[in-house]
Design a protein around this ligand. Sequence first.
Ligand code: SME
Length: 156
Amino acid sequence: MMLVHEELLREFQDFALIAPTPESVMERIAQRLHEKMTRYNWVGFYVIDPVDPGVLLVGPFVGSFTPNARIPLSTGLCGAAASSGQVVVVHDVSKDPRYLAGSPLVKCEIVVPIFVKNKLAAEFDIESYFASTFTKPEQDFVEACAAIVGKYLGKG
Ligand code: SME
């Protein structure tokens, strides 16, 4: 893992120890990744709608475009990750028919499901204006960030 990854993970783990709410952990991660990782151009979270578990609602995010606020689990890469329970990495979104556009600038995306007590609670979604940003080391880092949120949610 790259030094910047290690430093950010340590920062997020330390913050999660004293964070007042799950949203504050999500906000910190979104803010700092958008700031420090040049190719992470939209960084945000989706949470399962407490009223309708078949829908994802946008949570804390940082990025230059307005996201899809509500995503049914049957739609988009976010829906695919939620429905499959698997990480979705798409190196070129123009080649993936599942992709739900947020901005025409987006070239690639990663979506990491976040489980709490084996139940899907949220997702970590990062979109990049550069193709093939999410190499395996980057994916491992993003999954580690998502795990910090999952651990915090599980404390509640
Ligand atoms: N590209 C995502 C939608 C995310 S929001 O617009 C940031 C998808 O395909 O589900």
